[in-house]
Design a protein around this ligand. Structure first.
Ligand code: GLN
Length: 391
């Protein structure tokens, strides 16, 4: 029989999501794939019940319900400090996963080059491959995860059509500074490139760090494609609601791709999510405070266990350095052992790095405090169990 498409040879299944399946198999506490173990805010659940009773149950307008786009534009306009016309600048997608894929497919022709900072959220590599674009990886250099300016310039000099910017960054938790973003903007303008942002952790930024939207930087509006989602902000990762905000010219292109990729995001869920988009500023303040407390608890726990990590400035992940602990050949084997023997699931760091790096594992802390405490309790046996293994 004919071989299936060659594109299948260039990537594997998602390691993040694979770790969840293994965690479930062994009933481990799942700190691998980033999603909460608590419910969305009550207004969303109530609105979902209403949607079950009163609809809508049929297709929404392809690019998203008018009410959703209006509320989203209002919320994001204030945060991003740019004008957002709900009819011209907004596209509702099936999660930011579709938003990112749609953005890359809208911008890139086959063989176009796309700059991706490494470590990176693993979908970006697949987004580029599925769009037949060629990734150019630029390292964020551990342990501080800064980039080398000259190296980035050289990547643009290779003729990159776009750069993917995850800010706050998954997996390392870096929040790009104003001067870094200014430098990226200057290069994008000089080399006439697009910037595709993934800003799903925009509300999870820890003081004194601050999230700045690249689209609001001088002359960046016309070349920035802001992708984000409601998943993390309202704890509804399973609802698969994301969006793109960009200039009309770009959104018109994205609408065409989206129309044929998915037709549209789930209508009753868009309706119910409007209850989230209508929440006031205090909700987002509270959200940031909640995650600040989870981060404090989890990092203190890691400190108490004598584990080394990069302190996240944003998002809800932490890369723990296992270079002095790992008796196995790879970080994947380490994570499998951790699930089976310690009962906690993490993602092997190599899933995020271009050049295999077996130095890190990634935990997330988007869990209720008792879950985090239970995970830390299990991790307190880690070193002892490792030493038994070595002997
Ligand atoms: N963003 C989450 C993570 O990095 C997972 C998202 C997903 O699996 N779609 O773990």
């Amino acid at each position: 029989m004919h071989k299936l498409a060659n594109r299948l040879d260039h990537f594997s299944d998602s390691v993040i999501r694979r770790m969840t399946r293994i965690a479930n198999q062994y009933q481990a506490i799942n700190l691998s794939q980033g999603f909460p173990d608590f419910d969305p805010p009550k207004p969303l659940i109530d609105a979902l019940k209403q949607a079950a009773d009163y609809g809508p149950h049929q297709y929404e307008i392809t690019w998203g319900s008018a009410e959703f786009r209006r509320l989203l534009a209002k919320k994001q306009q204030k945060l991003m400090q740019i004008d957002i016309n709900p009819d011209e600048n907004v596209l509702v997608t099936c999660g930011s996963t579709e938003a990112m894929m749609c953005a890359v497919m809208t911008v890139c022709n086959p063989k176009d080059k796309v700059i991706i900072f490494s470590p990176f959220y693993e979908n970006y590599g697949a987004d580029a491959i599925l769009s037949d674009a060629t990734p150019i990886y630029v390292p964020l250099i551990p342990p501080t995860f800064e980039f080398d300016k000259q190296q980035l310039r050289e990547a643009f000099e290779q003729g990159a059509k776009a750069l993917i910017l995850c800010n706050p960054s998954n997996p390392c938790g870096k929040v790009f500074t104003k001067s870094e973003l200014e430098y990226i903007s200057q290069l994008a303008i000089e080399f006439d490139a697009y910037i595709i942002t993934d800003e799903v952790y925009e509300h999870m930024v820890y003081a004194p760090h601050q999230h700045l939207y690249l689209a609001s930087f001088a002359n960046m509006r016309e070349r920035t494609i802001c992708c984000s989602s409601l998943s993390k902000t309202y704890s509804i990762t399973g609802w698969r609601l994301g969006y793109i905000i960009a200039d009309k010219r770009i959104i018109d292109g994205c609408k065409m791709i989206h129309d044929f990729l998915t037709v549209g995001a789930a209508a009753p869920l868009q309706k119910a999510a409007c209850a989230g988009l209508a929440l006031g500023d205090d909700y987002y303040q509270q959200l940031t405070e909640t995650y600040t407390a989870k981060r404090r608890l989890f990092l203190k726990g890691l400190d108490d266990l004598g584990l080394t990590y990069y302190e996240p400035q944003g998002a809800y992940y932490v890369l723990v350095d296992i270079s002095t602990l790992n008796p196995f050949k790879t970080d994947f084997e380490f994570c499998e052992w951790l699930i089976k023997e310690v009962g906690v699931a993490a993602v092997p760091g190599s899933a995020f790095f271009k050049h295999p790096e077996y130095r890190y594992i990634r935990f997330h802390f988007a869990k209720q405090e008792p879950t985090l405490i239970a995970a830390l309790e299990r991790l307190s046996k880690l070193k002892e169990k490792l030493s038994c293994l070595k002997n």
